[in-house]
Ligand binder design. Structure first.
Ligand SMILES: [Zn+2]
Ligand SMILES: [Zn+2]
Length: 242
């Protein structure tokens, strides 16, 4: 991901030039890049919020054009959601937590001085902007109290969890080769939520990654089920063909 931070992204020749391109432009010294000022997909009020925090998008399942993403803790996505819920609803994501659970986790962790970052991708559906949440996490390892309070909010039965080993701060250096993932040390997640994948190893982040369309596990009590049920009331123009 650090690659490309110093150079503007090359234009993709396969991209439709009329579809509201959002070009990433590096801004050295800032958190990340900014959107192409002439782009028209992202409204100006939102561009003002994410400029200098925008990364190039990455291909996502479903082949929808990704336009940019943010992966830091600086953008108030809760505010965006409160004012424009349709931007998230349009995406029809299955397997990510209910958005209110994400905002609650962010508030809980903020009280302990730990910023929670979201991976939010700006995508385009039938010419309109849609927002998808592909991940949430923090730098370092959550302590037991933090884990107890936010793991049930951030974990879903469709998510992949990566956690730093408990000794990563003791030996924390990225200059050594990674060790094999630890086989022990997984803490319980309230309500018996079982993630799709869970690894503890030589990572510097605790990260919960979400799919675009996950298979919800029957009988599970994670908040992705509530999010999916709410989304079903929205016009499913994309799901019908997915
Ligand atoms: Zn930022
Ligand atoms: Zn679930």
């Amino acid at each position: 991901m650090s690659e490309g931070a110093s150079e503007p992204e090359a234009e993709d020749p396969d991209d439709d030039p009329d579809s509201g391109r959002v070009v990433f432009m590096a801004e050295p010294g800032a958190c990340a890049g900014r959107l192409e000022p002439a782009q028209s997909l992202v409204p100006q009020w939102l561009a003002d919020m994410i400029d200098f925090h925008a990364w190039p998008s990455v291909p996502t399942p479903g082949h929808l054009p990704g336009r940019a993403r943010t992966v830091c803790e600086h953008v108030d996505w809760e505010l965006v959601h409160a004012d424009h819920p349709e931007l998230f609803e349009r995406r029809q994501q299955v397997g990510a937590p209910e958005l209110s659970a994400l905002w609650e986790a962010k508030a809980e962790l903020a009280e302990t001085g730990t910023p929670l970052a979201f991976d939010v991708q700006l995508e385009e559906i039938e010419g309109e902007l849609a927002l998808a949440v592909y991940g949430a996490g923090v730098i370092g390892r959550l302590d037991d109290d933090q884990w107890r309070s936010v793991a049930p909010l951030l974990a879903t039965c469709c998510c992949s969890i990566h956690e730093p080993r408990s000794d990563v701060e003791l030996f924390g250096s990225l200059l050594r080769p990674a060790r094999p993932p630890a086989v022990a040390g997984k803490r319980t997640i309230g309500s018996s939520i079982r993630p799709e994948h869970w690894q503890i190893g030589d990572w510097m982040h605790t990260w919960f990654a979400y799919p675009l369309y996950g298979d919800l596990r029957h009988g599970c009590a994670c908040t992705a089920h509530a999010a999916s049920a709410a989304g079903a009331q929205f016009v499913p123009n994309l799901r019908a063909t997915a």
